[in-house]
Ligand binder design. Structure first.
Ligand SMILES: *Cc1c(COP(=O)(O)O)cnc(C)c1O
Length: 370
């Protein structure tokens, strides 16, 4: 493989295919796959990811905000797109782009019906979000019936799905709580379907729900992190392949003498002869200051090189005293071997945060060996 010449985020589409197929093999053949491509496809490139998934058979897409759905439509995506967390200010744009809102409370339901009516919509597809215990967004068991009555009063909208979200599907210690969320969703949907007189698509599982709770697969599952190659669990991580690899290059090497300081605020002072490499990636690229002062590391020649001193806006300096390397060599921030999950864990965070932090100024390079 050729080595990189600047900081790049490689997006591997063969890995995406592998992950999609693996997750699909975990659900019954009739269960639809909704691919979550919010936050630029978990920090990669939503349009590239969605185009590929549309080609290999994703049934639905989801984004968090209306603007993210607009980007996908402008890229030519035709598959239905669920907007998980829209605001009324964007409802008319949402309709213009044929996006489908998750309506999560009386405020959004009322405003959506109002906007859809004013735009002469008939049976516009909407999704009703049920709060089964996450207590983030969603109708509760006490107000969902009222919402359904309002839906029945209008032919402006049609409920295409009922959804809920699990709070701790990756945490085996919370099994009892998760099972309660599942039975609460089952109970609520049964009564909603009764009132509606038809059965919308039911969905509650994220990636860890797919892997840990077959009883929560219903008609569709929503997978985000799994598609990008992470499962929150080692035994499944072995089957998945990280889609994104963040790579860079050694710009310059310095030899510090004992007493020499390094970087802003002189946060590192050498106590012995120390060889350092300066890398063109910093907190403006998504490597936060938490990673500084030997908390975080990158990989050079298969060896960990810890970050010395403070992370700068556009650079980090790493310890290469024990590593054989030279200026111009490629370095790995994360890839398949040194995963974003492992790197993130070192500073007490999760793969999701490290991946989605990679800023737009990092060049995306698509690798497609299909
Ligand atoms: C982000 C999100 C998902 C995807 O979760 P993963 O753990 O990444 O699979 C699914 N559903 C909702 C409502 C979400 O907000």
């Amino acid at each position: 493989m050729s080595s990189v010449k600047e900081t790049v985020l490689e997006i591997n589409l063969a890995h995406l295919t592998n992950n999609f197929k693996y997750l699909k093999s975990k659900v019954a053949p009739n269960v639809k796959i909704l691919a979550v491509v919010k936050a630029s496809g978990y920090g990669s490139d939503a349009s590239v990811i969605a185009k590929h998934l549309e080609k290999i058979g994703a049934d639905y897409f989801a984004v968090a905000y209306t603007s993210e759905g607009v980007i996908l439509r402008e890229a030519g995506i035709k598959t239905p797109i669920l907007v998980l967390h829209p605001q009324p200010v964007n409802f008319s744009k949402l309709i213009t782009y044929q996006l489908e809102p998750s309506l999560y409370n009386a405020r959004t339901l009322k405003e959506f019906v109002k906007t859809a009516t004013s735009l002469n919509q008939k049976e516009y597809p909407v999704h009703i979000k049920f709060n089964s215990g996450l207590n983030r967004i969603g109708f509760g068991e006490h107000n969902v019936d009222h919402a359904i009555k309002q839906v029945q009063h209008t032919n402006t909208i049609k409920v295409i799905s009922l959804l809920s979200h699990l709070a701790a599907s990756e945490d085996h210690e919370e099994r009892e709580f998760t099972l309660e969320q599942i039975s609460s969703f089952k109970k609520a949907t049964k009564s909603i379907i009764n009132s509606l007189g038809y059965a919308p698509i039911l969905h509650q599982s994220n990636t860890s729900g797919i892997l840990n709770y077959p009883e929560a697969h219903f008609d569709m599952v929503r997978t985000g992190i799994g598609l990008y190659g992470y499962s929150n669990e080692a035994k499944y991580d072995r089957k998945l392949k990280p889609v994104a690899s963040l790579k860079s290059i050694i710009s310059q090497i310095h030899i510090l003498k004992p007493g020499d300081s390094l970087g802003y605020n002189r946060a590192f002072i050498a106590s012995e002869i120390t060889k350092t490499a300066t890398i063109p990636i910093g907190h403006a690229d998504g490597i936060s200051r938490q990673y500084g002062n030997k908390n975080g590391f990158i990989t050079i020649n298969s060896k960990p090189a810890y970050i010395l001193g403070n992370v700068c806006m556009d650079m980090i300096m790493v310890d290469i005293t024990a590593i054989n390397c030279k200026e111009g060599d490629e370095v790995i921030i994360f890839d398949q071997t040194s995963s974003a999950a492992t790197v993130a864990e070192h500073v007490g965070t999760i793969s999701y945060e490290l991946l989605t932090a990679i800023s737009p100024r990092v060049k995306r390079v698509v690798i497609d060996d299909n």
